[in-house]
Ligand binder design. Structure first.
Ligand code: URA
Length: 465
């Protein structure tokens, strides 16, 4: 018998690691038990055969991985075993998930649906109350989730209430936002659950002292990615990642908020989340969020300023006049647009109406900052070799500070983690130049800058060959 101990109720990575090792060791589902650490019944009742380090890979449908990530948040204690049974069966029947009347398939779908409903209930029913108005204003809510959806929904609250510190306290875990990052701490015990109007008391007792903004800022500098949201690991070739050991990591620490830091979301997940972004006011008048476009595997990310009128209506970046200019220059530089990821520093169209026309307005620093979370998450998701910042707004976003174009233009600059940046002008700048000679000259410089990107890509491709 194999007793797998997961770190917490939402430990998808632990389940995935263990499940992969079990399958590759040919351990059938009826020889495995699953428990969550600290539930009091995790001691094994006998010796268990050690698992061999897993060799090889196997494929599972991507939709199983998505389903499993959601269903594992269900409160049913059987979910880990059910998921493993499905995984075991999927190896032999790749199309199993299409058999809607199969009892395991029906059950996992029902669980995922219940989790989605509960996440939606949490998003719509939570009302944050301001506590401690004077020096340490903080917004707090109490919520009792039916499933383990707090970590799933916290990014939504981080986007929606980006400019105020908040905490959502629940019996499972508590989520906190300090303006920079979401942190997760253990839940409130039954004995301490707030009755009636005792939320403030509970807050003062548990957290008021911890939420010292200066300390949180220092902690952020030491530990955290600037991205404000919790991320789930992206898929690997077999959809289950590589395994090191079947037993997973450490427990959350108290009393400091235990920061959750996981690998990145896929672009499709990000796009879906960004569609509801309310991190600044620009969503109010824009038609839609214009998220980046391009392959997950892109080696180059091009960053513009913000969608224009055409992009706002189409929901795609660089499809208007600046986009045509960019397309032409990319072709001349030898870069295939379909292979690069194109995005903007700000993802909603900012404009003032003038009669029937919507006049473009340059985004300001708070708007650029509010939107930067998406750029950061796009970058973490794609992990490109090179980021090209086109224009001053893009450069401010990429370097997270005001960055003059001319001083930095035309050379490769190191960002974190081996990523390079290249600064150049925005294609709209070329469109606006009144003088034809200057236009041609500047266009050629722009192409030369893009050729640097093409060259870097060629070198990386050669090195990888
Ligand atoms: N300008 C930009 O910066 N981005 C677009 O998507 C279109 C025009």
């Amino acid at each position: 018998m194999h007793h797998i101990i997961l770190n917490c109720e939402t430990d998808f990575d632990g389940w995935r690691t263990a499940a992969r090792a079990l399958v590759l060791n040919e351990v059938p589902p009826d020889k495995v038990t699953w428990v969550v650490r600290n539930h009091g019944h995790e001691l094994s009742d006998g010796a268990q055969a050690p698992l061999e380090p897993p060799q090889g890979t196997f494929n599972v449908p991507a939709k199983f991985v998505e389903l499993a990530k959601t269903a594992i948040l269900h409160r049913d204690a059987e979910r880990f075993a059910l998921l493993y049974r499905l995984l075991w069966r999927l190896r032999r029947d790749h199309d199993l998930l299409d058999i809607a009347h199969d009892p395991d398939v029906a059950r996992i779908h029902a669980m995922a649906k219940a989790v989605h409903h509960e996440a939606q209930r949490m998003r719509t029913s939570i009302r944050l109350r301001e506590i401690g108005r004077e020096h340490k204003s903080h917004f707090v809510a109490w919520f009792e989730p039916q499933h383990h959806v707090v970590e799933l929904t916290a990014p939504f609250f981080a986007s929606r209430f980006a400019d105020m510190p908040w905490s959502i306290l629940t019996p499972d875990v508590c989520a906190h936002w300090d303006g920079y990052a979401v942190s997760i701490t253990p839940g409130i015990s039954n004995a301490e659950m707030p009755a009636g109007n005792r939320l403030e008391e509970l807050w003062q007792h548990h957290y008021a002292a911890i939420f010292n903004p200066a300390r949180l800022a220092a902690k952020k500098a030491r530990n955290l990615p600037a991205a404000p949201t919790i991320k789930l690991e992206s898929e690997s070739a077999d959809g289950l990642g590589s395994a090191t050991t079947a037993h997973a990591a450490t427990e959350p620490q108290m009393p400091e908020p235990a920061m959750i830091r996981r690998a990145a979301d896929s672009l499709s997940v990000l796009r879906e989340e960004a569609a509801d972004c309310r991190a600044c006011h620009l969503y109010k008048h824009a038609t839609q969020t214009v998220f980046g476009q391009g392959p997950q595997s892109a080696q180059v990310v091009l960053v513009g300023e913000q969608p224009g009128d055409k992009e706002d209506l189409a929901g795609k970046p660089f499809v208007g006049p600046a986009g045509l200019m960019l397309d032409r220059a990319l072709i001349e530089a030898g870069i295939d647009r379909k292979k690069v990821y194109i995005t903007n520093a700000v993802k909603h169209f900012k404009f003032v109406p003038r009669g029937k026309i919507r006049l473009h307005q340059k985004p300001n620093t708070p708007e650029i900052k509010a939107c930067r979370q998406w750029y950061e998450r796009e970058l973490a998701s794609i992990k490109p070799d090179l980021v090209v910042a086109m224009g001053a707004t893009a450069a401010q976003c990429v370097f997270n500070k005001l960055t003059p174009i001319n001083k930095n233009r035309g050379r490769l600059i190191d960002l974190d983690e081996g990523v390079k940046a290249l600064v150049t002008v925005h294609p709209s700048y070329l469109l606006r130049l009144p003088d034809q000679d200057a236009k041609e000259r500047e266009y050629q410089r722009f192409v030369e800058d893009l050729k640097l990107a093409a060259e870097l890509l060629r070198k990386r491709a050669q090195a990888a060959a």
